[in-house]
Design a protein around this ligand. Structure first.
Ligand code: UT7
Length: 336
């Protein structure tokens, strides 16, 4: 799917994020599996990640992010009429995490559902919220992107264990006077799905029912480097923008090498690229909102800044959003 937006302007009016308190360093991981800090830093750029506590599930880390986003937007929970939660690690399949969040946060008039699109979930979800808002069906939407991948990793598998971390972000989306989303590009390739999968997590029977993330890292790497560039080029050209017009580039935080490849190939300078994979690892659906929040904390999001976000992940899926930032967001501080 590729298109520019038309009709009313829809933008992000509030942003909040949250990460669990527990920091897990590469040195600690090297006590668990046969790996080293050197290997992890050289191959991925990751130095540490946040890991949820035993009794923490997705909604526990999403709730503070949502509260911050609402406060940032100056919107009461009861005003939210649409809540989409992008995640591959809901508390459970049902009730959905979005329904649980809507209940605990007090959003009685919200339509609420979870959305599953791997690490691209957040980009898919903002595109959906855009559509609902632009059509007038929704007046005030909340999009959550978050994952607790630590709960579905094989803690004996060094090839996946070192890559992921836990975290969540949330945005309030509404009609805005200026700025807003310019377009979206979204895609999926189920044929490549076997390169990043969670066997035993659904209705298909597998011999080993334990659901752990399995990945063919080299294949996902090849896909990622190709698609990050393709998707960004597609959306820029569709919206009539050049690479030089981009003020802030927010790539999915999977691996510093993938980000470096994409920035070099696209010709986006490092100063315009947001990187926090060193501190959080790959937080899946949480990755883009966490990076967006870091960009804001560093004062990189100004009124009118052109923001390019590109995600990719399990499915295989990918997606880009081009957004003209609407200024004057309060800027609450991330805790944890
Ligand atoms: O949201 C999307 C999520 N997934 C991704 O983005 C992953 C994309 N892929 C990657 O980022 C990279 O492929 C990895 C970081 C996963 C791996 O890096 P690589 O440079 O592609 O390494 P490799 O898979 O080719 O493995 C090289 C070696 C292997 O040993 P041999 O066969 O050469 O003896 C691995 O067994 O590194 C070994 N290895 C490790 N060594 C130390 C794999 N994981 C580790 C580890 N520590 N944690």
């Amino acid at each position: 799917m590729l298109g520019t937006t038309s009709g009313p302007r829809i933008g992000i009016t509030g942003l909040g994020t949250h990460v669990p308190e527990r920091v897990l360093t590469n040195a600690e991981l090297s006590q668990i599996v046969d790996t080293t800090d050197e290997w992890i830093v050289e191959r991925t750029g990751i130095r540490e990640r946040r890991i949820a506590a035993d009794d923490e599930a997705l909604t526990d880390i999403a709730r503070p992010a949502v509260e911050r986003a609402l406060a940032d937007a100056g919107v009461a929970a009861a005003e939210i009429d649409l809540l989409i939660c992008a995640t591959v690690t809901p508390d459970m399949m049902f009730p959905t995490s979005s329904a649980l969040l809507a209940d605990t946060l007090g959003m009685p008039k919200a339509a609420a559902y979870d959305l599953l699109a791997g690490c691209t979930g957040f980009v898919y979800a903002i595109a959906q919220a855009y559509g609902m808002l632009a059509s007038g069906l929704s007046k005030c939407a909340l999009v959550v992107g978050g994952d607790v991948l630590s709960k579905i990793l094989d803690w004996d598998d060094r090839s996946t264990l070192v890559l992921f971390g836990d975290g969540a972000g949330a945005v309030v989306m509404k009609r805005v006077e200026r700025g807003g989303f310019l377009g979206f590009e979204l895609g999926a390739d189920g044929g490549g799905g076997e390169n990043l999968w969670l066997p035993g997590s659904g209705s298909r029977r597998f011999e080993n029912p334990q659901a752990h993330v399995k990945m063919n890292g080299r294949e996902v790497f090849k896909f990622a480097t190709r698609i990050m560039v393709y998707s960004a080029q597609q959306i820029l050209s569709e919206c009539g923008k050049k690479v030089d017009d981009v003020d802030v580039y927010i790539p999915h935080q999977a691996n510093k090498r993938i980000i470096d490849y994409a920035t070099a190939k696209l010709g986006i300078p490092h100063e315009k690229t947001v990187v926090n994979v060193d501190r959080y690892g790959n937080t899946s659906s949480g990755s883009i909102p966490l990076a967006l929040d870091d960009a804001r904390a560093e004062n990189r999001l100004q009124d009118g800044s052109l923001v390019l976000m590109t995600g990719m992940g399990a499915g295989l899926t990918w997606g880009s959003a081009l957004l003209e930032w609407t200024g004057a967001l309060g800027g609450t501080t991330r805790a944890g």
